[in-house]
Design a protein around this ligand. Sequence first.
Ligand SMILES: Nc1ncnc2c1ncn2[C@@H]1O[C@H](COP(=O)(O)OP(=O)(O)OP(=O)(O)O)[C@@H](O)[C@H]1O
Ligand SMILES: [Mg+2]
Length: 241
Amino acid sequence: MLELRSVSLQRDDNEIIKNLSAVFRDGHVYAVLGNNGVGKSTLAYIIMGLESYRNYSGSVVFNGQAIDDFTVSERAKLGITLGWQEPCRFDGITVKEYLTLGGKRELSSERIAEVLDIVGLPKDYLFRAVDSTLSGGERKRIELASVILLDPKVVVLDEPDSGIDLMSTSMINRVFDALSDNGTTLIVITHREEIASMAEEAYLMCGGNMIKNGDPEEIIAYYRTACDDCRHVNEPLKKVN
Ligand SMILES: Nc1ncnc2c1ncn2[C@@H]1O[C@H](COP(=O)(O)OP(=O)(O)OP(=O)(O)O)[C@@H](O)[C@H]1O
Ligand SMILES: [Mg+2]
């Protein structure tokens, strides 16, 4: 189980995460919804423990252990992974090298081809370079393939559908299934209702806090009504009922 206990993070004069608490139970699929700038990616970086986000207060607890002093690589060793909103590009590395961590992971060609198929790419992409010659959507698909192959215990997918065409919702569903089938806890940051409705539980984030959680359909309905015209990125929403 991954728990966030009263987590806050200050940047310049703004508190961009405010006393945020949430619980993510093992093997479940969660959606985190919220408008631009409410702190979703920041929350992902805090969970992953990125160096410049480690000065938060409160606690991130993984299987009962506070991991606030753990670095990114120590958290990765525990099985925590991040699928980036904007995946990085690496000049001079092939997709195969990227997916096998430069050959450090022994993965059969069949397994890699199977995962490329899940993300909708033919296996000849293995020999493409992970550089600017890949389209944004192809890069995002490769990022999703790498997350599946890591077989994480917990993964935060930061807008897995961004840059992916609207017709590929079933591909995203296959990615979630592949991860869930291995018992991975999924925390999916998204703006899209179709993606959020694939989750078992949803959180609504506003002004750096989780303001509501529950059944995805209820949270989506609330998000649609209460957040539609709201642009108060640094203030919590007023409760509508
Ligand atoms: N290093 C920083 N310094 C100052 N402000 C920052 C910093 N990083 C993020 N912020 C601000 O914190 C807020 C939350 O940013 P974050 O990227 O987490 O939002 P988000 O919910 O992921 O948005 P989006 O939906 O656009 O991806 C934004 O207002 C952003 O401008
Ligand atoms: Mg973001």
